[in-house]
Design a protein around this ligand. Structure first.
Ligand SMILES: Nc1nc2c(ncn2[C@@H]2O[C@H](COP(=O)(O)OP(=O)(O)OP(=O)(O)O)[C@@H](O)[C@H]2O)c(=O)[nH]1
Ligand SMILES: [Mg+2]
Length: 466
C-alpha cells in the first residue's frame, strides 16, 4: 500500500452533467474533510465517520476564506472494497471545467498529490485488486501518455520478487557449476560441493516463494469464512461484531437466522467474506430446515469455518451434531481450516465440552464474548493464522502472475527430479540437465516475459484519473 494520497479529475474535460474528483489513499477522508460542509449552516464534517459507499449531499468550500465552490454529492468508500483497494473519496460536482479544477486545486492544497496517468489503476493492480489482463482491458478504453513514476513502481514490483528468488538462483548456480565442472575435470581438481545439500536448500527457498505467491493470491481473491454452530450460541452476534455493524438479526429465540447472510470484511488485509448461517438442529419447521441445508452448503465452499459454542451452557446434543459434521470435513490431522470460538464468556462458566473438543485436539480454541467484546482480536488472529498456514507459512505475500506461479512450480519439479536422480545414483551430467531446466524456469519468473517495458506501456496508455 502507498502512504500518499492521490487526486485527479476522473471524468472527461469539458461540460457535462456531472464531473468527479477522485481521491485515493490513506488521507482521502482527511483531505475531503477540510473542504466538505453539510446542511444550510455549512457544518464541517469528519468524512471518515460517514458511512462507506453512500452518497452525501453538501457543499465544497474554500477553507481559506469559506467561499462556496460548488454544490456536490460526496461518497466515501472504505478500503478494501474500492477501485484501488485503498480508501477512496469521490466528489461529484457540476460538470463544468471551472468547478472541477477548483475542487482539484483545493484537494492538492489540502495535502493530496496530483495523480499520474493510470495511477489509480496501477494502484489497483499493485494492491492486487485486478490482474494485468484486467488492467489491460481497462486500458483499451483510454488514451495514451507516459510517466516515469510508473516505471519506478514497476521496478519495485519486479525487483522485490527477483530479490526473493536470488538465494534459490545462487544455490542452483552453485550446484550447476559443480556438476558441469565435475563432468570435465577429475574430482580432486575442483573444490568439492555437497550437491544434494545445495539442491535441498534451493528447494526450500523456492517453496517459500511459492507459499508467498499463494498468500498473494489470498490477498487478491479473498476467502470465505463460515460461522456455524447450533441455534442461539451467538453466531449472528459474532457476525455483527466482526462487521462492526448490526447487519444480522439477533434475538434470544433459537432459530432466528434462517438464511445465509454474507458480508465482506478486511481481515488483516485479506478480503474475507463472512457467512452467518442458520443454527444447525433437528427441526420440523420447513423454512428452518432449508436454512440448515444452506448452512451445510456454506461449509462446503468455506476456506475457514468458525465453530461457535456457548460457554454458559452445558454441552448439548446439537453441539455434538455440528461437531460431527465439522469433524468429517475438517477433522483430518494438520487441517488448518477450523477455529473453535467459545462465546458468552461474560456469563458464569458452564462449559463442559471436553468430550467434544477431544475430536479437535489440533484446532485453536478462542474464548470470547460478543457482548463484552473480548477475544475478538484473538479470533481474527487465529483465523488469519489458519489462512497463512494453509498458504504454507509465507511471511509476506508476493504478487505474482499465474504464469509466474506456474514457472515456480516447474522449477520446483525440476529441483525435485534432480534430487531424486542424485539419490538414485544417476550420472551427474544427467542430473545437470534437470538443474539447468530449474534455472531456466526461475529465469522466466524474474526475466523479461513481464518486462517493465510491457507494464510501463500498459499503464502509460491510461489517462489521468483512471
Ligand atoms: N451474555 C451474552 N449473550 C450473548 C453473547 N453473544 C450472544 N448473546 C445472546 O445470545 C442470544 C442468541 O444470539 P444470536 O447471535 O442470535 O445467536 P445465533 O447463533 O445467531 O442463533 P440462531 O440464528 O438462532 O442460530 C441473543 O440473545 C444474544 O444477545 C455473549 O457474548 N454474551
Ligand atoms: Mg443467527
Amino acid at each position: 500500500m502507498y502512504d500518499d494520497t492521490i487526486t485527479a479529475i476522473a471524468t472527461p474535460v469539458g461540460e457535462g452533467g456531472i464531473g468527479v474528483v477522485r481521491l485515493s489513499g490513506p488521507e482521502s477522508a482527511e483531505v475531503a474533510s477540510r473542504m466538505f460542509r453539510r446542511g444550510v449552516r455549512l457544518r464541517p464534517v469528519d468524512v471518515e465517520t460517514l458511512e462507506s459507499h453512500r452518497l452525501y449531499y453538501g457543499h465544497i468550500v474554500d477553507p481559506s476564506d469559506g467561499r462556496i465552490i460548488d454544490e456536490v454529492m460526496l461518497t466515501r468508500m472504505a478500503a478494501p472494497r474500492t477501485y484501488t483497494r485503498e480508501d477512496i473519496v469521490e466528489i461529484s460536482c457540476h460538470g463544468g471545467p471551472v468547478p472541477l479544477r477548483e475542487v482539484l486545486r483545493l484537494t492538492i492544497e489540502s495535502g493530496a498529490r496530483e495523480a499520474e496517468p493510470g495511477e489509480f489503476t496501477l494502484r489497483a493492480f499493485l494492491n492486487g485488486r485486478i490482474d494485468l489482463s484486467q488492467a489491460e482491458a481497462v486500458m483499451a478504453v483510454v488514451s495514451s501518455r507516459t510517466s516515469e513514476s510508473l516505471e519506478m513502481a514497476v521496478n519495485e514490483l519486479r525487483g522485490k520478487l527477483t530479490g526473493r528468488l536470488q538465494p534459490a538462483r545462487e544455490a542452483l548456480l552453485e550446484a550447476l557449476a559443480y556438476l558441469d565442472a565435475a563432468a570435465d575435470f577429475p574430482e580432486d581438481e575442483i573444490p568439492s560441493v555437497d550437491v544434494p545439500d545445495v539442491l535441498k536448500r534451493s528447494e526450500t527457498y523456492l517453496r517459500e516463494v511459492l507459499a508467498s505467491s499463494r498468500m498473494g493470491l489470498l490477498y487478491r481473491e479473498g476467502v470465505q469464512i463460515a460461522i456455524v454452530g447450533r441455534p442461539n450460541v451467538g453466531k449472528s452476534s459474532l457476525m455483527n461484531t466482526l462487521l462492526r455493524s448490526d447487519r444480522a438479526i439477533v434475538t434470544e429465540i433459537a432459530g432466528t437466522t434462517r438464511d445465509v447472510i454474507t458480508e465482506t470484511i478486511n481481515l488483516r488485509g485479506i478480503p474475507a467474506t463472512l457467512q452467518d448461517t442458520a443454527g444447525i438442529a433437528e427441526t420440523e419447521d420447513v423454512v428452518e430446515r432449508i436454512g440448515i441445508d444452506r448452512s451445510r452448503q456454506a461449509l462446503e465452499s468455506a476456506g475457514v469455518a468458525i465453530f461457535v459454542l456457548d460457554g454458559s451452557q452445558p454441552l448439548a446434543q446439537e453441539d455434538r451434531q455440528v461437531g460431527q459434521l465439522l469433524a468429517q470435513r475438517f477433522g483430518s490431522a494438520g487441517d488448518r481450516r477450523l477455529v473453535i470460538a467459545v462465546n458468552k464468556r461474560d456469563l458464569p462458566d458452564r462449559f463442559d465440552h471436553a468430550e467434544l473438543l477431544d475430536q479437535f485436539d489440533e484446532t485453536p480454541i478462542i474464548e470470547l464474548s460478543t457482548v463484552a467484546g473480548t477475544g475478538i482480536d484473538q479470533l481474527e488472529d487465529s483465523v488469519y493464522e489458519c489462512l497463512v498456514a494453509q498458504a504454507g507459512e509465507a511471511r509476506e505475500p508476493a504478487m505474482v502472475t499465474l504464469r509466474q506461479q506456474q514457472a515456480l512450480s516447474r522449477a520446483l519439479e525440476h529441483v525435485h527430479a534432480a534430487r531424486a536422480a542424485l539419490a538414485e545414483g544417476v550420472p551427474q551430467d544427467l542430473v545437470a540437465v534437470d538443474v539447468r531446466s530449474a534455472m531456466l524456469a526461475v529465469g522466466e519468473i524474474t526475466g523479461e516475459q513481464v518486462s517493465e517495458s510491457i507494464l510501463t506501456e500498459i499503464f502509460s496508455r491510461f489517462c489521468i484519473g483512471k
